[in-house]
Design a protein around this ligand. Structure first.
Ligand code: SF4
Length: 476
């Protein structure tokens, strides 16, 4: 345990995040004093009133108050990291970096004209990031830039949320309603959604759409008639003639049928996801999925037969009770299917999930095993010819690692990159959807949020449209 005591600065929140990285490796009760006075920062780690490790540094001065504050916070984070790293003998893969978009830093450095070697040196020195993660960051940032450099003026992407799933997965924290309880609300939801689609299509008429993403929940929870109704409505309302990417996150195989695959193909959907998360039956049972590994194989081959040639498969490392061998088995099974995209998520124990509530009942994976599992993913997925093209991090991820999307060259998901790097507007529709209006290549971003609750969205759809209307007018 570590008791943190701060004096002369406002970095307590950031320092707590750094301390939390090391907590699993500390057995005794330490006191950590972090103080800033007379341009000098000092960190003292004490055990039973005795100082065990100290770190003292001058802080680089700046006349700009914002820059000065940032410098001080970064310096204190580094100093605390160094002290705790010395105490535990551990280095964290992402060093002191706690943000969710690591590649943004690389983009900034590239914009400043820095070469790769200089960027790598800075990431190591200032952020304490490991060589492996630095390589990954730079590789991903360069691929993202290839896609982002093709953004056109006034172009946007569209997100449409379908917040229904057959049942709720144990680790889920999304806006997702179990169909067992809410099946009778689906038609009402679609009615409201179509109204919002009508408004956006009219308000943004004539502007180019680069990508359209239907996510959730699980959009294929809709039955065939509902799916056809939604996709037809989108086709009629939006001009999709020049769209580069149209994704439906089919997601759970227990919701996908041959007919739905054909409908999606006929409606010009050119990217789908079939998400196994794991190919191990014992884990599928534990996490609350109602399908088998064999179902995944069957649905995948049906999708190929229906003409889908850009398929993503999501997997999660660190699922309850899974070993390194289980993850390797999933990778071997996925490589037999040979999808164009694989997205590897590291398990995160999120506040709103059942997993968080019932944490004691599951055996969670240690950081060392996660590292091994991610290494295996890199190896197997790399051997399939897929390369990392986008990444992000979340709070409460096991071992403080990352999520990485891999794709065959030319099959990188445009929407994933746009949402992560925030260089063009994403108009988001549906319950819980948050529109981001982006200006000056991401220098300024305004958000327009829809209500999260299904019932509120249905009953207050006119208000959601009004919010968008006011937001679009205000931010023009
Ligand atoms: S399929 Fe996805 S959205 Fe649906 S319950 Fe599972 S994790 Fe949540």
């Amino acid at each position: 345990m570590i008791e943190l005591k701060c004096e002369g600065h406002t970095a307590e929140y950031e320092l707590t995040n750094v301390v939390n990285l090391f907590v699993p490796y500390i057995n005794d009760s330490y006191k950590l004093e972090v103080c800033y006075r007379d341009e000098t920062a000092q960190v003292r780690l004490c055990l039973n009133q005795s100082v065990v490790i100290t770190n003292r540094q001058q802080v680089q001065e700046s006349r700009n108050e914002v820059v000065q504050k940032k410098n001080l916070k970064e310096t204190l984070k580094r100093m605390v990291y160094e002290v705790l790293s010395e105490l535990t003998g551990r280095h964290m893969p992402w060093g002191i970096l706690t943000g969710i978009r690591p590649t943004k830093i690389v983009h900034d450095f590239l914009r400043q004209g820095l070469k790769e070697e200089a960027i790598a040196r800075l990431l190591k020195k200032d952020y304490k990031i490991s060589d492996d993660k630095i390589r990954l960051m730079i590789e991903v940032a360069k691929r993202e830039l290839d896609v982002l450099s093709q953004n056109k003026k006034d172009e946007m992407s569209i997100y449409i949320g379908i917040p229904f799933c057959p049942t709720r997965c144990v680790y889920c924290s999304f806006t997702a309603y179990s169909l067992e309880k809410k099946a009778d609300r689906v038609d009402h939801y679609l009615e409201a959604l179509c109204k919002e689609i009508d408004y956006v299509a009219e308000a943004k008429k004539g502007l180019p759409i680069r990508s359209l993403y239907i996510g959730g929940g699980t959009p294929t929870s809709l039955n065939e008639a509902q799916l056809l109704k939604l996709l037809s409505h989108i086709k009629v309302r939006f001009d999709l003639s020049a769209i580069e990417e149209y994704t439906v996150e089919a997601g759970r195989p227990d919701t996908i049928t041959k007919e739905k695959l054909i409908i999606m193909k006929q409606m010009n959907v050119n990217r789908i996801s079939i998400n196994p998360q794991t190919m191990n039956q014992k884990t599928l049972d534990v996490i609350g999925r109602q399908h088998t590994a064999e179902d995944i194989r069957k649905i995948f081959s049906l999708a190929r037969e229906a003409g889908h040639h850009n398929i993503n498969m999501d997997m999660i490392v660190g699922l309850p009770n899974e070993s390194v061998y289980d993850v390797e088995n999933t990778l071997i099974e996925l490589s037999k299917l040979n999808p164009e995209n694989i997205t590897v998520h590291t398990m995160a124990v999120k506040r709103a999930s059942r997993l968080k509530e019932e944490q004691g009942e599951y055996q969670l994976t240690e950081a060392e095993s996660i590292e091994q599992m991610l290494g295996l993913c890199q190896k197997h997925i790399g051997a399939m010819g897929l390369r990392p093209y986008y990444m992000y991090r979340q709070k409460n991820m096991l071992g403080n690692f990352e999520n990485v999307g891999y794709a065959r060259p030319g099959k990188e998901c445009i929407y994933n990159i746009e949402i992560m790097e925030e260089k063009e507007s994403i108009i988001a529709l549906g319950a819980g959807a948050i529109t981001k209006v982006v200006y000056q290549n991401g220098e300024r971003i305004d958000r327009i949020a829809n209500v999260k609750s299904l019932e509120d969205y249905i009953s207050r759809i006119d208000e959601m449209i009004e919010r968008k209307k006011q937001g679009f007018e205000k931010y023009q």
